[in-house]
Design a protein. Structure first.
Length: 184
């Protein structure tokens, strides 16, 4: 796919990255100019889509959709990005409703944007949130998610407090000690 005398990047390597910035690709290639050329060429060929400024998603050649799902993409918006609120409930499989909104906690400011029929919202990060990392995603712990949703229920989509209560009932093992720690 991309070839110069020092570097070769193949589609398989873009698949492994899934979602990445120009800087991440430049580190892999070892040259910023080559990364820019690779991105430009890959966008033309349909191997990549631009998610937002300086963030790219690898596209499946078979299905023509992003390889990463909307939650994985949200987790890769910034190095400190973390799925939170209702998005974390959805990752846990405890959401009653499916929102087309992805809630991302990050210190990096960004304007809400849409990509692949999902709207990404920035939430102000909490101090030392309890987080988990699995399947290419970073997301708040169940206890952190419950507390965040209760505190911010008026800010989160159409579900509000009723949806939060339904989600809480579907979490099999909330740890009361961890809940108290998060409340502190």
């Amino acid at each position: 796919m991309f070839n110069n005398s020092r570097n070769k990047i193949y589609y398989e390597q873009l698949v492994e990255l899934g979602c990445f910035s120009r800087e991440t690709l430049a580190k892999l290639i070892g040259d910023d100019g080559a990364a820019v050329s690779c991105i430009r060429e890959s966008l033309k060929k349909g191997y990549l889509e631009r998610v937002r400024h300086n963030l790219y998603a690898t596209i499946s050649l078979e299905s023509k959709i992003p390889i990463f799902n909307r939650f994985q993409i949200g987790s890769h918006l910034f190095s400190d990005a973390c799925l939170t609120h209702h998005s974390a409930f959805e990752v846990y499989g405890c959401a009653n409703q499916v929102f087309n909104e992805i809630y991302v906690s990050t210190k990096s400011r960004f304007k809400d944007f849409e990509y692949d029929m999902a709207r990404y919202h920035r939430m102000t990060p909490k101090r030392n949130p309890e987080i988990r990392q699995e399947q290419g995603m970073t997301f708040t712990s169940p206890e952190q998610t419950v507390v965040d949703c209760i505190c911010d229920f008026e800010k989160i989509g159409s579900g509000g407090l009723e949806e939060t209560m339904r989600c809480m009932m579907l979490i099999p093992d909330l740890d009361s000690d961890k809940l108290l720690d998060v409340l502190k």
